[in-house]
Design a protein around this ligand. Structure first.
Ligand SMILES: NC(=O)c1ccc[n+]([C@@H]2O[C@H](COP(=O)([O-])OP(=O)(O)OC[C@H]3O[C@@H](n4cnc5c(N)ncnc54)[C@H](OP(=O)(O)O)[C@@H]3O)[C@@H](O)[C@H]2O)c1
Length: 228
């Protein structure tokens, strides 16, 4: 069973950990990232696309991805790349801030998902694994932009009604990544709770979170786990 994993934002954080787990199992990964570390850049099972995902164009997807889908029976798209910036009250954002976060977090996954379904056939299976967040459901002061992008993504995927598509919205819980660093250094009202989470060692390491997410993927879709 040939499966292609498309993953966004693989150079650090949770995306890097998911990428590491998947490539260790010799699966083929189409990685879309602004940067790649040395190991990733030389990985033979990785197709690389260096791309800033705040300005994705459908014609670029046609150029880099369209001809690849047909080689695989299953396409798994892991929507990982996201930003929490800017944190702040409404009224404090610039036009650029607003457009960037919606483009990266929400327009990009909608464009990519739409492109995958548009360009795959009835006999191919598609899995959308959306890395979501508790923020998709719970309002947090200062996180208007981030929470609304995460909520929009969940609803986008939950409205899909197609027997060839499996949707998984997974909230990974709090993870020790750059995103938590940004939160701890922000002046949001609830910042002390996030500082406390780190002090009390309550952040998961990215590898543990990645393994949990991939276990959920294999349990809830027809994909056969690759073996080493
Ligand atoms: N950390 C948590 O506690 C937590 C909790 C719940 C959900 N999540 C979710 O988990 C996912 C991964 O987050 P993380 O914690 O690993 O965050 P992170 O450490 O900040 O990493 C974010 C990833 O997104 C990429 N990215 C950012 N801006 C980009 C752009 N313009 N174009 C392309 N790629 C870009 C980054 O690459 P660059 O190095 O190029 O910026 C990086 O690979 C996100 O969807 C997040 O919402 C995280």
């Amino acid at each position: 069973m040939k499966t292609l994993f498309i993953i966004t934002g693989v150079n650090r954080g949770l995306g890097e950990a998911i990428y590491n787990e998947i490539t260790q199992l010799n699966a083929v990964v189409f990685a879309i990232s602004r940067r790649f570390n040395k190991q990733q850049a030389t990985n033979k099972n990785t197709i690389h696309w260096e791309k800033d995902l705040t300005n994705l164009q459908e014609k670029e997807l046609d150029k880099y991805l369209k001809s690849i889908y047909s080689k695989y029976e299953t396409i798994v798209y892991i929507n990982n790349a996201a930003t929490i910036n800017p944190i702040g009250e409404v009224g404090s954002f610039t036009e650029k801030d607003i457009k960037n976060i919606y483009s990266l977090n929400t327009i990009t996954p909608a464009l990519l998902s739409n492109h995958i379904v548009k360009n795959t056939k009835e006999n191919q299976k598609v899995v959308f694994l959306n890395i979501s967040s508790g923020a998709a459901k719970r309002p947090i002061a200062g996180w208007s932009l981030y929470n609304s992008t995460k909520a929009a993504n969940e609803m986008f995927y939950n409205c899909i009604n197609n027997k060839n598509i499996t949707v998984l919205n997974i909230n990974p819980g709090v993870i020790d990544t750059g995103m938590q660093d940004i939160i701890r250094n922000s002046d949001m009202p609830d910042v002390s709770n996030f500082i406390k989470l780190q002090k009390e060692n309550k952040l998961q390491d990215p590898k543990t979170a990645a393994i949990k997410i991939l276990n959920e993927l294999y349990e809830n879709s027809h994909i056969i786990r690759h073996t080493r």
